[in-house]
Design a protein around this ligand. Structure first.
Ligand SMILES: Nc1ncnc2c1ncn2[C@@H]1O[C@H](COP(=O)(O)OP(=O)(O)OP(=O)(O)O)[C@@H](O)[C@H]1O
Ligand SMILES: [Mg+2]
Length: 428
């Protein structure tokens, strides 16, 4: 009897143990399957995002094909397509239409920027730029004389920068830029490349500011692909965190984290002076005023000598082009009147059209971008005055004469204040 009871208890126990074992096994199997499933999904998403974002081969094939057919020409064509001395490196793109790659051109560390047509099934990211069609290189047409091309360029620039006393010299600059092999003539293929490049804000700005030092040098081009100097340190400041972490970090902490790992204060002061100089160069500059409509820190970088460089000039637009774009924009309220990231105008509610005047000048937005960067670690005796000037700067509004006077006053004050602090250090 006792033996029967014992064996029954043993059987129940063993049955229970086996059931538990298969339950654990099932659980283990389920979690393994889940991990494999989620893992492969993440790999797939990453891979498909990468293949949409990074299409170096497509860039080079499409440009070289047109170069070989004689449609386009430029100073980088032979290195890219014949000699193989210009090649694509790590992909830096964050949007599929805007292809950016680290590259090497002989001894030089460079960056290639290439325009590709749309990826139709790409839905992430905000819609900031007009969706780009693949460039056709259909202008100017065969038979266009140099005089006619000059007129085309002149009219195009007039529409972009407005009637301007220095327009003829800008046209001359563009024509000499179009003559890529410097043989004194502009071939049809060179003209087609120059025309396509002229449609890009960043290229126009690089030509306009070629003698200044705050934009990376434009080293060469082929069609609408162009090569610029590589800027060793980007962005200006800020940490990039893995996206699943981002929503969990409070805004205040995020702002202070962005200021970690920045250079010493005198170096930050030198970099900031660079941004102030860039703002000065394009405010009523030789070819008019340009608006910087993306003042985020990732639009800027700096060199080993702590000289500021603008790494993304796609949203730097001539004031006239900005005005034309805004007045044709429909609006319900002021929030509808934003260009790029941070150029705002107001909404004329009776006409339901945006007005054409930017509400804040570049300088005010530059100071906003620099405020925490400059104030953190500033010498104690300077802090109060610096803070005062920064707030006065951020408060600049409108575009009347009074604002212009305050603009130049604040710009000078800030530059002098910073220079005084660093002129005796080796960083200057
Ligand atoms: N001349 C350059 N030297 C070094 N890095 C550069 C240069 N030009 C661009 N980059 C880098 O290439 C990357 C991609 O630039 P891009 O402007 O296309 O992306 P983004 O600023 O992240 O996005 P978006 O401007 O479209 O909102 C950025 O990390 C930028 O720092
Ligand atoms: Mg950018």
């Amino acid at each position: 009897m006792a033996r029967g009871l014992f064996s029954r208890a043993w059987m129940t126990k063993s049955y229970y143990f086996q059931a538990r074992l298969s339950y654990v096994r099932l659980k283990y199997l389920f979690f393994t399957w889940l991990t494999v499933f989620v893992g492969s999904w993440v790999v797939y998403v990453q891979y498909s995002a990468y293949t949409e974002l990074c299409r170096a081969q497509e860039c080079s094939d499409s440009i070289c094909d047109k170069y070989r057919r004689g449609v386009i020409d430029g100073s980088a064509c032979s290195s890219l397509c014949d000699k193989g001395t210009l090649y694509f490196g790590r992909c830096l793109s964050t949007k599929p239409n805007n292809q950016v790659y680290m590259s090497s051109w002989g001894e030089l560390d460079t960056v290639i920027k290439c325009q590709l047509g749309d990826v139709l099934h790409y839905e992430l990211g905000e819609e900031l730029e007009p969706r780009r069609e693949a460039t056709l290189f259909d202008k100017p047409t065969r038979g266009t004389s140099v005089e006619k091309f000059k007129e085309m360029v002149s009219n195009h620039l007039k529409a972009k920068v407005g009637e301007h006393a220095n327009l003829p010299s800008l046209v001359t600059l563009i024509l000499s830029f179009a003559d890529s092999n410097k043989d004194g003539q502009i071939s049809l293929a060179e003209a087609k490349s120059a025309w396509a490049l002229l449609q890009l804000n960043e290229v126009l700005l690089a030509v306009v500011l070629q003698d200044r030092e705050h934009t990376p040098k434009l080293l060469g081009y082929c069609g609408d692909l162009y090569v610029v100097e590589r800027v060793p340190y980007t962005p200006l400041y800020g940490l990039s965190l893995p996206w699943p972490l981002e929503p969990w970090i409070p805004v205040g902490l995020r702002h202070s984290m962005d200021q970690w790992f920045t250079p010493s204060w005198p170096r930050k002061a030198k970099i900031s002076i660079g941004l102030l100089e860039l703002v000065e160069d394009i405010f009523h500059g030789t070819f008019g005023t340009f608006l910087m409509c993306d003042m985020r820190p990732n639009s800027f970088g700096y060199t080993n000598r702590h000289d500021l460089r603008l790494v993304d000039g796609r949203r730097v637009v001539p004031e006239e082009a900005f005005r034309l774009a805004m007045v044709s924009q429909h609006c319900e309220d002021d929030e509808d009147c934003v260009y790029g990231i941070d150029c705002r105008t107001s909404c004329d509610r009776t006409e339901r059209r945006c007005t054409g005047k930017v509400t804040q000048p570049n300088l005010a937005r530059a100071c906003l971008a620099l405020k925490d960067y400059l104030l953190r670690g500033a010498p104690a005796h300077l802090r109060e005055e610096l803070e005062k000037q920064m707030y006065a700067c951020m408060g600049l509004k409108g575009s009347n004469e009074q604002m212009e006077m305050e603009h130049s006053l604040i710009l000078n004050n800030l530059k002098t204040l910073l220079w005084k602090q660093i002129s005796h250090t080796k960083d200057s």
